[in-house]
Design a binder for this molecule. Structure first.
Ligand code: GDP
Length: 313
């Protein structure tokens, strides 16, 4: 029988790449989408409507689909927004994860839930691995930590095949423009085409560890297929600043950033004491995971896509 995968959040950046990968791999893919959500839906995905903040609906969908693998990607992703709605953030991230785990237990699905380096926050240690201290610095980080720990305690108590993948920043041409990578690649493309003059950013010295979303979702599948469930950092291990990102994007667009980039306090976040950089040694050794796309290739692909999209307008 053809194996079935259920992907919550299938229309998002990660959901769409993951669905493409699973379909190519011969799976039936069912995608849970929020009513009205219409971003990327790969051909061949069967869509089911539901909001992960509705536990009864989520439970019914999981039992009905009874997937072999369940990738629970539907969740808020923009960290600053969590300050506006801490309660809703906890519900949508930790509450929904609890529902997913309980329902999976009933049907025996393998589950993968993405965590975030925000669970480490200002832990004082870098690069972070699965055992680094936790010190979240936002409601988003607290919610992700609760979900991460739920995966662990439910796995231990009920012997679930449930894995938590601590995914560092991962990007693609499908990344929404409120995230810094896409904001920069779109801005560089618009400036190169003479459509805009200026790119307004926050802290240029902020450090992140950026990978391609396609590589990260491949890590999720490896985690689901491994004999033993576990926690895995998925990261490139390379520390880059927003300034490095600007240089790479403007370079790919064939222009110099000088005179085009302005810092505005409204985009500057509170100082971060610990660089967000991951150590994916466990994923490499246990899962055989390796990122295939370099930072330069990632930024180049994004700039190329933004140039093409803007030219078509
Ligand atoms: P995050 O790591 O999930 O918060 O992903 P983002 O892409 O939103 O932010 C990455 C880093 O870029 C953070 O440290 C931000 O402080 C920094 N940054 C600098 N300028 C900007 C900006 O204009 N927009 C965003 N979103 N981030 C910025």
């Amino acid at each position: 029988m053809t194996p079935t995968a259920l992907v919550t959040g299938v229309t998002g950046q990660d959901g769409s790449y993951l669905a493409e990968l699973l379909l190519a791999d011969g799976h039936d893919v069912v995608g849970l989408v929020r009513p009205g959500s219409d971003r990327w839906v790969p051909d061949g995905v069967r869509l089911v409507e539901g909001d992960v903040r509705d536990p009864e609906r989520l439970d019914v969908v999981i039992r009905d689909v009874a997937p072999d693998e369940l990738y629970h990607l539907a969740a808020p992703t923009f960290v600053p927004a969590s300050w506006e709605d801490p309660e809703g953030t906890l519900d949508a991230i930790a509450g929904a994860t609890a529902t997913v785990l309980m329902a999976s237990r009933e049907i025996g699905a393998r589950v993968v839930v993405p965590a975030s380096p925000e669970i480490f926050g200002d832990c004082g240690v870098w690069p972070q691995n699965e055992d680094s201290p936790r010190r979240p610095r936002s409601p988003y980080g607290v919610a992700k930590l609760a979900a991460h720990e739920l995966v662990r305690v439910m796995r231990e108590r009920y012997d679930l095949h449930a894995s938590s993948v601590i995914t560092y920043n991962h990007e693609s041409p499908r990344r929404p423009a409120r995230f810094v990578t896409r904001k920069v690649t779109r801005g560089a493309a618009a400036i190169a085409l003479g459509r805009e003059q200026e790119l307004v950013l926050g802290d240029l010295d902020a450090i992140r560890d950026w990978s391609h979303a396609r590589d990260v979702v491949r890590g999720m599948v490896l985690a689901a297929r491994h004999d033993e469930p576990g926690d895995y950092v998925l990261a490139s291990g390379q520390a880059r600043t927003v300034r490095d990102l600007v240089d790479a994007a403007f370079g790919a667009a064939g222009i110099a950033p000088e005179g085009h980039v302005r810092v505005d306090e409204s985009f500057v976040r509170p100082p971060e004491g610990t660089p967000t950089v991951g150590d994916a040694t466990r994923a490499r050794t246990v899962l055989g995971w390796e990122p295939e796309t370099s930072f330069e290739e990632l930024v180049g692909e994004m700039v190329k896509a933004d140039l093409a999209a803007l030219r078509d307008r």
